[in-house]
Ligand binder design. Structure first.
Ligand code: 5GP
Ligand code: ZN
Length: 116
């Protein structure tokens, strides 16, 4: 399942350390190494999926779990009332730099709209 050269597969496999805030059988969540907000957490499936374009119908429960888990973590981090942002960048034009899907969870400061 894991891709040899994928940074986030290496985090899943424990080969690259990460500050993990939550994990279960299907996903893990860890703090972004270069945070763009006071709280910046990445939620990833354990299974390698390169981009949002590669999500299949059978991944609907997994995709939903990424969001419901993000909401739980946001509550745990004290972000739920003020608000927070979730983002999944798809491919280069959107700013995707790691090709293992990840849901950004950011909060702790006001968020501009639209994103640049
Ligand atoms: P993208 O640009 O693909 O949407 O987001 C990739 C994110 O991964 C960036 O916010 C970047 O800071 C983060 N990142 C890159 N390398 C590492 C790493 O080794 N550890 C952690 N925790 N985050 C990383
Ligand atoms: Zn991967």
């Amino acid at each position: 399942m894991s891709e040899k050269d994928c940074l986030f597969c290496k985090i899943v496999d424990g080969e690259v350390p990460a500050d993990i805030v939550y994990e279960n059988d299907s996903l893990i969540a860890f703090r972004d190494i270069n945070p763009k907000a006071p709280t910046h957490i990445l939620l990833i499936p354990r299974r390698h999926i390169a981009t949002m374009n590669d999500l299949q119908e059978s991944d609907i429960p997994l995709a939903g779990e990424l969001f419901t888990t993000a909401a739980k973590i946001a509550a745990d981090e004290g972000l739920a009332e003020d608000g927070y942002r979730t983002v999944m960048n798809c491919n280069e034009a959107a700013g995707q730099s790691v090709f293992h899907i990840h849901l950004h969870l950011m909060g702790g400061r006001p968020m501009a709209w639209p994103p640049g």
